[in-house]
Design a protein around this ligand. Sequence first.
Ligand SMILES: Nc1ncnc2c1ncn2[C@@H]1O[C@H](COP(=O)(O)OP(=O)(O)OP(=O)(O)O)[C@@H](O)[C@H]1O
Ligand SMILES: Cc1ncc(C[n+]2csc(CCOP(=O)(O)O)c2C)c(N)n1
Ligand SMILES: [Mg+2]
Length: 317
Amino acid sequence: MNEFQLIRRYFDRPAPGAVLGVGDDAAILAPAPGMELVVTTDMLVEGRHFFAGTDPASLGHKTLAVNLSDVAAMGARARWATLAVALPAADEAWLAAFSRGFFSLADRHDVDLVGGDTTRGPLTLSVTLIGEVPAGQAIRRDGAVAGDDIWVSGELGGAALAVAARYGRAPDVGLDTLRNAARRLDWPEPRLQLGERLRGLASAALDVSDGLTGDLAHLCERSGVAAELWLSALPCAEALLALRSSAPALFAAGGDDYELCFTAPRAHRAAIEALPAELGLRLTRVGRVAAGEGVRLLDAPDGAPVLLTHTSYDHFR
Ligand SMILES: Nc1ncnc2c1ncn2[C@@H]1O[C@H](COP(=O)(O)OP(=O)(O)OP(=O)(O)O)[C@@H](O)[C@H]1O
Ligand SMILES: Cc1ncc(C[n+]2csc(CCOP(=O)(O)O)c2C)c(N)n1
Ligand SMILES: [Mg+2]
Protein backbone atom coordinates (compact mmCIF):
# COMPACT_ATOMS: atom_id res chain seq x y z
CA MET A 1 0.00 0.00 0.00
CA ASN A 2 1.52 3.34 -1.02
CA GLU A 3 0.79 6.78 0.46
CA PHE A 4 -2.03 7.59 -1.95
CA GLN A 5 -3.70 4.19 -1.63
CA LEU A 6 -3.58 4.70 2.15
CA ILE A 7 -5.30 8.08 1.88
CA ARG A 8 -7.94 6.77 -0.51
CA ARG A 9 -8.66 3.68 1.58
CA TYR A 10 -8.81 5.25 5.05
CA PHE A 11 -9.43 8.98 4.71
CA ASP A 12 -11.21 9.72 1.44
CA ARG A 13 -14.94 9.90 2.19
CA PRO A 14 -17.78 11.85 0.56
CA ALA A 15 -17.91 15.44 1.87
CA PRO A 16 -21.47 16.59 1.12
CA GLY A 17 -21.03 19.83 3.08
CA ALA A 18 -18.01 20.98 1.03
CA VAL A 19 -17.73 22.36 -2.50
CA LEU A 20 -14.63 20.14 -2.93
CA GLY A 21 -13.14 17.67 -0.44
CA VAL A 22 -10.15 15.27 -0.43
CA GLY A 23 -8.17 14.89 -3.69
CA ASP A 24 -7.17 18.32 -4.98
CA ASP A 25 -4.41 20.67 -3.82
CA ALA A 26 -6.84 22.24 -1.37
CA ALA A 27 -10.46 21.88 -0.33
CA ILE A 28 -13.11 24.44 -1.29
CA LEU A 29 -15.60 25.49 1.38
CA ALA A 30 -18.55 27.85 1.23
CA PRO A 31 -19.67 29.29 4.58
CA ALA A 32 -23.41 29.87 4.90
CA PRO A 33 -24.54 33.50 4.54
CA GLY A 34 -24.50 35.47 7.80
CA MET A 35 -22.11 33.05 9.50
CA GLU A 36 -18.61 33.63 10.82
CA LEU A 37 -15.99 30.89 10.73
CA VAL A 38 -14.22 29.59 13.83
CA VAL A 39 -10.93 27.77 13.25
CA THR A 40 -8.91 25.71 15.71
CA THR A 41 -5.97 23.26 15.61
CA ASP A 42 -5.06 20.66 18.22
CA MET A 43 -2.38 17.99 18.00
CA LEU A 44 -1.84 14.68 19.83
CA VAL A 45 1.70 13.31 20.17
CA GLU A 46 2.50 9.76 21.31
CA GLY A 47 4.11 9.68 24.73
CA ARG A 48 2.90 13.20 25.53
CA HIS A 49 -0.85 13.21 24.90
CA PHE A 50 -1.40 9.45 24.88
CA PHE A 51 0.46 6.31 25.89
CA ALA A 52 2.12 4.05 23.31
CA GLY A 53 -0.23 1.20 22.47
CA THR A 54 -3.45 3.21 22.98
CA ASP A 55 -6.46 1.72 21.15
CA PRO A 56 -6.33 3.28 17.64
CA ALA A 57 -10.14 3.65 17.53
CA SER A 58 -10.00 5.82 20.64
CA LEU A 59 -7.15 7.85 19.09
CA GLY A 60 -9.27 8.50 16.00
CA HIS A 61 -12.09 9.62 18.26
CA LYS A 62 -9.95 11.75 20.59
CA THR A 63 -7.97 13.47 17.81
CA LEU A 64 -11.25 14.85 16.50
CA ALA A 65 -12.93 15.23 19.91
CA VAL A 66 -10.32 17.62 21.36
CA ASN A 67 -10.85 19.92 18.38
CA LEU A 68 -14.65 19.65 18.48
CA SER A 69 -14.36 20.62 22.14
CA ASP A 70 -12.73 23.93 21.20
CA VAL A 71 -15.46 24.61 18.65
CA ALA A 72 -18.08 23.80 21.32
CA ALA A 73 -16.40 26.26 23.70
CA MET A 74 -16.94 29.00 21.10
CA GLY A 75 -20.66 28.21 20.87
CA ALA A 76 -20.19 27.21 17.24
CA ARG A 77 -21.33 24.35 15.02
CA ALA A 78 -18.57 22.14 13.59
CA ARG A 79 -18.53 21.80 9.79
CA TRP A 80 -15.20 20.77 8.24
CA ALA A 81 -11.95 19.12 9.37
CA THR A 82 -8.50 18.53 7.96
CA LEU A 83 -6.30 15.76 9.38
CA ALA A 84 -2.49 15.72 9.41
CA VAL A 85 -0.86 12.47 10.52
CA ALA A 86 2.71 11.25 10.94
CA LEU A 87 2.70 7.44 11.07
CA PRO A 88 5.64 5.17 11.90
CA ALA A 89 4.29 2.56 9.45
CA ALA A 90 1.30 1.83 7.20
CA ASP A 91 -0.34 -0.62 9.62
CA GLU A 92 -3.67 -1.53 8.02
CA ALA A 93 -5.35 -2.82 11.17
CA TRP A 94 -4.29 0.32 13.05
CA LEU A 95 -5.48 2.60 10.22
CA ALA A 96 -8.82 0.85 9.89
CA ALA A 97 -9.55 1.26 13.61
CA PHE A 98 -8.29 4.86 13.70
CA SER A 99 -10.40 5.78 10.69
CA ARG A 100 -13.45 4.08 12.23
CA GLY A 101 -13.05 6.03 15.50
CA PHE A 102 -12.55 9.29 13.63
CA PHE A 103 -15.47 8.98 11.20
CA SER A 104 -17.98 7.65 13.70
CA LEU A 105 -17.56 10.82 15.78
CA ALA A 106 -17.43 12.99 12.62
CA ASP A 107 -20.70 11.46 11.38
CA ARG A 108 -22.42 12.11 14.71
CA HIS A 109 -21.70 15.83 14.38
CA ASP A 110 -22.03 16.19 10.57
CA VAL A 111 -18.36 17.05 10.13
CA ASP A 112 -16.75 16.45 6.71
CA LEU A 113 -13.08 15.51 6.46
CA VAL A 114 -12.01 17.70 3.53
CA GLY A 115 -8.23 17.30 3.43
CA GLY A 116 -5.04 16.72 5.33
CA ASP A 117 -1.47 15.53 5.09
CA THR A 118 0.14 12.11 5.53
CA THR A 119 3.79 11.50 6.27
CA ARG A 120 6.02 8.88 7.87
CA GLY A 121 7.33 9.76 11.32
CA PRO A 122 6.81 9.46 15.08
CA LEU A 123 3.08 8.98 15.72
CA THR A 124 1.54 12.47 15.67
CA LEU A 125 -2.09 13.30 14.96
CA SER A 126 -3.31 16.81 14.24
CA VAL A 127 -6.71 18.13 13.23
CA THR A 128 -7.77 21.57 12.09
CA LEU A 129 -11.46 22.10 12.63
CA ILE A 130 -13.59 24.77 10.99
CA GLY A 131 -16.99 25.65 12.39
CA GLU A 132 -19.67 28.25 11.87
CA VAL A 133 -21.44 30.62 14.23
CA PRO A 134 -23.97 33.39 13.53
CA ALA A 135 -21.99 36.62 13.06
CA GLY A 136 -21.17 38.32 16.35
CA GLN A 137 -22.55 35.49 18.52
CA ALA A 138 -19.47 33.37 19.30
CA ILE A 139 -18.81 32.86 23.01
CA ARG A 140 -15.38 34.29 23.71
CA ARG A 141 -13.05 34.23 26.70
CA ASP A 142 -13.21 37.98 27.25
CA GLY A 143 -16.83 38.51 28.32
CA ALA A 144 -16.85 37.53 32.01
CA VAL A 145 -17.99 40.22 34.45
CA ALA A 146 -17.59 40.46 38.25
CA GLY A 147 -20.66 38.88 39.87
CA ASP A 148 -21.14 36.23 37.15
CA ASP A 149 -21.60 32.59 38.14
CA ILE A 150 -19.00 30.02 37.05
CA TRP A 151 -20.32 26.72 35.70
CA VAL A 152 -18.77 23.42 34.64
CA SER A 153 -20.34 20.67 32.51
CA GLY A 154 -20.15 16.94 33.22
CA GLU A 155 -17.57 15.64 35.67
CA LEU A 156 -13.92 16.41 36.35
CA GLY A 157 -10.93 14.39 37.49
CA GLY A 158 -11.51 10.98 35.90
CA ALA A 159 -9.12 11.47 33.01
CA ALA A 160 -6.35 12.83 35.24
CA LEU A 161 -6.82 9.88 37.57
CA ALA A 162 -6.37 7.50 34.62
CA VAL A 163 -3.16 9.28 33.57
CA ALA A 164 -1.82 9.19 37.15
CA ALA A 165 -2.63 5.49 37.35
CA ARG A 166 -0.69 4.78 34.16
CA TYR A 167 2.32 6.56 35.66
CA GLY A 168 1.88 4.54 38.88
CA ARG A 169 1.01 7.66 40.88
CA ALA A 170 -2.69 7.13 41.57
CA PRO A 171 -4.31 6.21 44.86
CA ASP A 172 -5.89 2.76 44.95
CA VAL A 173 -9.48 3.25 43.78
CA GLY A 174 -10.47 -0.20 42.55
CA LEU A 175 -10.67 -1.68 39.07
CA ASP A 176 -14.18 -0.56 38.13
CA THR A 177 -13.50 3.06 39.05
CA LEU A 178 -10.22 2.96 37.15
CA ARG A 179 -11.95 1.54 34.06
CA ASN A 180 -14.47 4.41 34.11
CA ALA A 181 -11.62 6.89 34.52
CA ALA A 182 -9.80 5.40 31.54
CA ARG A 183 -12.95 5.83 29.47
CA ARG A 184 -12.94 9.54 30.37
CA LEU A 185 -9.33 9.78 29.17
CA ASP A 186 -9.69 7.81 25.94
CA TRP A 187 -13.22 8.71 24.80
CA PRO A 188 -13.89 12.36 25.70
CA GLU A 189 -17.33 13.59 24.59
CA PRO A 190 -17.21 17.09 23.06
CA ARG A 191 -20.05 19.25 24.44
CA LEU A 192 -21.22 20.70 21.12
CA GLN A 193 -24.92 20.76 21.89
CA LEU A 194 -24.27 22.58 25.15
CA GLY A 195 -21.98 25.10 23.45
CA GLU A 196 -24.69 26.06 20.96
CA ARG A 197 -27.33 26.33 23.70
CA LEU A 198 -25.04 28.66 25.68
CA ARG A 199 -25.10 31.37 23.00
CA GLY A 200 -26.92 34.30 24.57
CA LEU A 201 -26.65 32.74 28.06
CA ALA A 202 -22.90 32.50 28.79
CA SER A 203 -20.75 35.62 29.07
CA ALA A 204 -17.51 33.69 28.42
CA ALA A 205 -16.44 30.07 27.96
CA LEU A 206 -13.54 27.71 27.32
CA ASP A 207 -12.97 23.99 27.33
CA VAL A 208 -11.06 22.34 30.16
CA SER A 209 -8.09 20.65 28.48
CA ASP A 210 -5.12 21.52 30.71
CA GLY A 211 -6.90 21.69 34.09
CA LEU A 212 -9.75 23.83 35.44
CA THR A 213 -7.79 26.30 37.60
CA GLY A 214 -5.20 27.04 34.93
CA ASP A 215 -7.70 27.16 32.06
CA LEU A 216 -10.00 29.46 34.03
CA ALA A 217 -7.01 31.73 34.68
CA HIS A 218 -6.76 32.27 30.89
CA LEU A 219 -10.42 33.28 30.79
CA CYS A 220 -9.94 35.65 33.75
CA GLU A 221 -6.93 37.26 32.12
CA ARG A 222 -8.81 37.84 28.86
CA SER A 223 -11.81 39.25 30.74
CA GLY A 224 -9.82 41.33 33.24
CA VAL A 225 -11.47 39.69 36.26
CA ALA A 226 -10.72 37.32 39.15
CA ALA A 227 -12.41 34.01 39.96
CA GLU A 228 -13.17 32.01 43.06
CA LEU A 229 -13.67 28.24 42.73
CA TRP A 230 -15.14 25.91 45.36
CA LEU A 231 -13.48 22.49 45.64
CA SER A 232 -16.50 20.96 47.39
CA ALA A 233 -18.67 21.99 44.41
CA LEU A 234 -16.50 20.50 41.65
CA PRO A 235 -18.53 17.76 39.94
CA CYS A 236 -17.02 14.28 39.93
CA ALA A 237 -18.06 10.66 39.72
CA GLU A 238 -19.70 9.34 42.90
CA ALA A 239 -16.84 6.86 43.39
CA LEU A 240 -14.29 9.71 43.40
CA LEU A 241 -15.95 11.92 46.04
CA ALA A 242 -13.48 10.94 48.79
CA LEU A 243 -10.54 11.59 46.47
CA ARG A 244 -11.75 15.14 45.81
CA SER A 245 -10.57 16.29 49.24
CA SER A 246 -7.51 14.01 49.52
CA ALA A 247 -6.19 14.67 45.99
CA PRO A 248 -7.74 18.04 44.96
CA ALA A 249 -5.30 18.65 42.10
CA LEU A 250 -6.81 15.75 40.10
CA PHE A 251 -10.10 17.67 39.97
CA ALA A 252 -9.08 21.33 40.11
CA ALA A 253 -5.94 21.04 37.97
CA GLY A 254 -6.08 17.65 36.22
CA GLY A 255 -6.36 17.93 32.44
CA ASP A 256 -7.94 15.88 29.65
CA ASP A 257 -11.51 16.48 30.88
CA TYR A 258 -12.79 18.29 27.77
CA GLU A 259 -15.74 19.67 29.70
CA LEU A 260 -16.91 23.25 29.19
CA CYS A 261 -16.32 25.92 31.84
CA PHE A 262 -18.42 29.03 31.35
CA THR A 263 -19.49 32.18 33.13
CA ALA A 264 -22.99 33.62 33.06
CA PRO A 265 -24.89 36.42 34.75
CA ARG A 266 -26.99 35.46 37.79
CA ALA A 267 -30.07 36.44 35.82
CA HIS A 268 -29.50 33.39 33.59
CA ARG A 269 -29.30 30.89 36.47
CA ALA A 270 -32.81 29.51 35.99
CA ALA A 271 -32.34 29.12 32.23
CA ILE A 272 -29.06 27.28 32.79
CA GLU A 273 -30.56 25.07 35.51
CA ALA A 274 -33.13 23.93 32.94
CA LEU A 275 -30.48 22.73 30.46
CA PRO A 276 -29.41 19.44 32.13
CA ALA A 277 -32.87 17.92 31.65
CA GLU A 278 -32.87 19.01 28.00
CA LEU A 279 -29.31 17.90 27.22
CA GLY A 280 -28.87 14.91 29.57
CA LEU A 281 -25.70 16.54 30.91
CA ARG A 282 -24.78 17.70 34.41
CA LEU A 283 -24.16 21.42 34.84
CA THR A 284 -22.74 22.56 38.16
CA ARG A 285 -22.21 26.02 39.61
CA VAL A 286 -18.62 25.89 40.88
CA GLY A 287 -17.70 29.47 41.75
CA ARG A 288 -18.09 33.15 41.05
CA VAL A 289 -16.36 35.89 39.12
CA ALA A 290 -14.99 38.80 41.17
CA ALA A 291 -13.15 42.04 40.55
CA GLY A 292 -9.35 41.79 40.48
CA GLU A 293 -7.15 39.12 38.98
CA GLY A 294 -6.18 35.47 39.46
CA VAL A 295 -8.06 32.30 40.41
CA ARG A 296 -8.50 31.34 44.06
CA LEU A 297 -9.51 27.82 45.04
CA LEU A 298 -11.48 27.63 48.31
CA ASP A 299 -12.76 24.47 49.97
CA ALA A 300 -16.30 25.91 49.88
CA PRO A 301 -18.06 29.29 49.37
CA ASP A 302 -16.50 31.67 51.93
CA GLY A 303 -14.24 28.77 52.99
CA ALA A 304 -10.51 28.27 53.47
CA PRO A 305 -7.97 28.45 50.62
CA VAL A 306 -6.87 25.12 49.12
CA LEU A 307 -3.23 25.02 48.02
CA LEU A 308 -2.33 23.09 44.85
CA THR A 309 1.14 22.03 43.75
CA HIS A 310 0.23 23.01 40.15
CA THR A 311 -2.78 24.62 38.47
CA SER A 312 -2.74 22.90 35.06
CA TYR A 313 -0.73 20.87 32.57
CA ASP A 314 2.19 22.72 30.97
CA HIS A 315 4.30 21.17 28.17
CA PHE A 316 7.40 23.16 29.08
CA ARG A 317 7.37 23.23 32.83
N1 LIG B 1 2.19 27.86 17.31
C1 LIG B 1 1.15 28.72 17.43
N2 LIG B 1 1.02 29.73 16.57
C2 LIG B 1 -0.01 30.59 16.67
N3 LIG B 1 -0.96 30.52 17.63
C3 LIG B 1 -0.87 29.53 18.51
C4 LIG B 1 0.19 28.58 18.46
N4 LIG B 1 0.00 27.69 19.47
C5 LIG B 1 -1.11 28.09 20.12
N5 LIG B 1 -1.65 29.19 19.55
C6 LIG B 1 -2.83 29.94 19.99
O1 LIG B 1 -2.70 30.26 21.38
C7 LIG B 1 -3.95 30.15 22.07
C8 LIG B 1 -3.83 29.16 23.21
O2 LIG B 1 -3.48 27.90 22.67
P1 LIG B 1 -3.84 26.53 23.37
O3 LIG B 1 -3.43 25.43 22.45
O4 LIG B 1 -3.33 26.53 24.76
O5 LIG B 1 -5.42 26.57 23.35
P2 LIG B 1 -6.41 26.13 24.48
O6 LIG B 1 -7.76 26.14 23.87
O7 LIG B 1 -6.16 26.97 25.70
O8 LIG B 1 -5.98 24.66 24.84
P3 LIG B 1 -6.43 23.34 24.02
O9 LIG B 1 -5.86 23.51 22.65
O10 LIG B 1 -5.80 22.26 24.81
O11 LIG B 1 -7.93 23.33 24.02
C9 LIG B 1 -4.97 29.75 21.02
O12 LIG B 1 -5.62 30.91 20.55
C10 LIG B 1 -4.12 29.13 19.91
O13 LIG B 1 -4.72 29.26 18.64
C1 LIG C 1 0.97 9.93 28.15
C2 LIG C 1 0.25 11.10 28.75
N1 LIG C 1 0.89 11.89 29.64
C3 LIG C 1 0.28 12.98 30.15
C4 LIG C 1 -1.01 13.30 29.79
C5 LIG C 1 -1.69 14.53 30.35
N2 LIG C 1 -1.73 15.61 29.35
C6 LIG C 1 -0.96 15.64 28.26
S1 LIG C 1 -1.24 17.00 27.32
C7 LIG C 1 -2.42 17.58 28.38
C8 LIG C 1 -3.12 18.89 28.17
C9 LIG C 1 -3.79 19.04 26.84
O1 LIG C 1 -2.84 19.13 25.82
P1 LIG C 1 -2.67 20.42 24.89
O2 LIG C 1 -2.52 21.62 25.81
O3 LIG C 1 -1.44 20.17 24.07
O4 LIG C 1 -3.91 20.51 24.06
C10 LIG C 1 -2.57 16.71 29.44
C11 LIG C 1 -3.50 16.91 30.58
C12 LIG C 1 -1.64 12.45 28.86
N3 LIG C 1 -2.89 12.70 28.41
N4 LIG C 1 -0.98 11.36 28.35
MG1 LIG D 1 -9.50 25.03 24.35
